[in-house]
Design a protein around this ligand. Structure first.
Ligand code: MN
Length: 252
């Protein structure tokens, strides 16, 4: 159990706002009990499907503070990602999409829909995955089949980290870096602009996303300003490899 979120580190006021004294991060809600991160996904054996509604963040805003500050997390989740979800629901309503079916079905043929659907469907999918991909107890390296696949695809885990980081650093403007499984079941690294992702029929890279990194400035600028590389280096320390491994195992 980590001591960083022990009771003495926080002041709780009458509205249950929790203030992390040591870091200056302010978050609301259930920070006291939730910095242990999401429970390890049990692995249903099938590739996880995404709905059209924003799911709760699996930890509190300040819990990733070693890499991402709480204010950035709060704005990112409650403003940017929430807007993608709301605009996606609006586009789905206008374009006759059945929101009881997985979002993945729309992304696979997103060229048939509006730009609003592409931008917000991608935005919603990417962020839902991104939150689950992180954990206050993350970092380190994967194990099992994922580690084997990474080592055979990219020579070593360190080499993979360098290549993946470079994909994020070199993405011009806003976008995402990806580890994905291509049609030949090979692990590949690539990047997409804006909110596109490898599930989309319009994407230059195609396959199933294993791990995605948001390199939009809204993901890092409060702490890291223009220093995207510093954000990426710190981001590795909160990657939830248990979740990523389960995603990968479900694709094989
Ligand atoms: Mn984002």
């Amino acid at each position: 159990m980590k001591k960083a979120n022990s009771r003495r580190d926080f002041i709780v006021d009458s509205t249950k706002t929790v203030i992390a004294v040591a870091t200056g991060v302010v978050a609301t809600g259930s920070l006291l009990e939730s910095c242990t991160g999401p429970k390890k996904a049990t692995g249903s054996g099938s590739y996880p499907k995404t709905g059209f509604i924003q799911e709760p963040l699996p930890y509190s805003y300040g819990c990733l503070v070693k890499s991402i500050d709480g204010t950035t997390m709060e704005i990112h989740y409650t403003k940017h990602a929430a807007a993608y979800a709301a605009n996606l629901q609006d586009a789905a309503k206008n374009e006759g999409v059945d929101t009881g079916k997985p979002l993945e079905d729309v992304l696979a043929r997103v060229s048939k829909f509006s730009t609003k659907m592409r931008n917000n469907g991608g935005g919603h999918y990417n962020h839902e995955m991104f939150w689950k991909s992180l954990s206050p107890t993350g970092g380190g390296k994967p194990s099992g089949k994922l580690l084997t696949g990474i080592e055979s695809g990219f020579n070593s885990f360190d080499s993979f980290k360098t290549q993946f980081s470079d994909a994020g650093k070199n993405r011009f403007g806003s976008g995402w870096a990806w580890l994905y499984l291509d049609g030949d079941k090979k692990l590949k690294i690539g990047s997409t602009p804006n909110q596109d992702n490898p599930l989309m029929d319009v994407s230059d890279i195609k396959g199933l996303p294993v791990l995605g990194l948001d390199v939009w400035e809204h993901a890092y600028y409060l702490r890291y300003q223009n220093k995207r590389a510093d954000y990426i280096n710190a981001w590795w320390d909160v990657v939830n490899w248990g979740y990523i491994q389960n995603r990968y195992d479900s694709m094989l």
